[in-house]
Design a protein around this ligand. Structure first.
Ligand code: 13P
Length: 257
């Protein structure tokens, strides 16, 4: 905690994960976010929207010149090849993405993505020039068993490439039981976990630990964002449901004004 007081505050990042939501008719929502961001609505925070891959190219032309970046929600580790239905990091970059979310719990559980696969995808993201937002987080059973820290520690150890830097890597702590449930950990528990993650990054990436942003995700809403974003070592948010409307998303980002 001490060294955070002497290190400069990191530029916060507020990222919206649209998951499998979004059609062309929802593009005006992205235009509204761009307009609000251009008027300073996110203050010092950097904004990223991760819509479905089908929307990235159209969204990129809307976001051109606006202080809003785009991201994908996953990628394949290979740059191209016989992988029907998959999308490479290079393709996301080509479509206009700057970021890619990796290792989201919905990918870890629904697509059997383990730590090693996440690390390979992160390496692919770096190769393509994308910044990886690597997600970690424990289940309810793991928290109740007192295993939250070791579980997240193992995810970090297995998922983070050793050549990561603050330019290429963002960590998102998303307790699985807080995603889409309206539940959030106490600020005490978030502070404990983020302090632990900071320490782990220091260990794995010597000299780079202080500069890598650690986001909190899981039921972030306009009503709780102020409290959650004030927690020490919380450098922004990864927002699911509340990122689908510009009003809610900008209300969350507005805590950094
Ligand atoms: P909710 O904000 O809908 O809980 O989702 C969080 C999340 O999974 C972001 O990646």
């Amino acid at each position: 905690m001490r060294d955070r007081q002497v290190s400069p505050r990191l530029r916060p990042l507020v990222a919206g994960n649209w998951k499998m939501n979004g059609l062309r008719k929802n593009l005006p929502e992205i235009a509204k976010i761009c307009a609000a961001a251009a008027e300073g609505g996110a203050g010092e925070a950097e904004l990223v929207i991760c819509p479905p891959a089908t929307m990235i190219m159209a969204a990129a032309s809307i976001c051109e010149g606006a202080p809003v970046a785009l991201g994908g929600q996953h990628c394949h580790a290979e740059p191209s090849g016989p992988f029907t239905g998959d999308i490479s990091a290079e393709m996301l970059k080509d479509a206009g993405a700057k970021y890619v979310i990796l290792g989201h719990s919905e990918r870890r559980s629904g697509h059997n993505e383990g730590n090693e696969a996440v690390r390979e995808k992160a390496v692919a993201a770096f190769r393509a020039g994308l910044t990886a937002i690597v997600c970690v987080g424990e289940t309810k059973a793991e928290r109740e068993a007192g295993e939250a820290l070791p579980v997240v520690g193992a995810q970090l150890a297995g998922s983070i490439p050793l050549n990561s830097s603050s330019e290429t890597l963002v960590i998102a702590y998303e307790p699985v039981w807080a995603i889409g449930t309206g539940l959030t950990p106490t600020t005490h528990d978030i502070a404990e976990m983020h302090r632990f993650i900071r320490g782990q990054i220091h260990e794995h990436l010597p000299g780079r630990g202080d500069a890598i942003r650690i986001l909190y995700g899981g039921s972030v809403k306009p009503g709780n964002a102020g409290e959650l974003m004030r927690v020490e070592n919380v450098d922004g948010a990864l927002v699911g449901g509340a990122s689908l409307t510009s009003d809610d998303f900008m209300a969350i980002a507005g805590v950094y004004r």
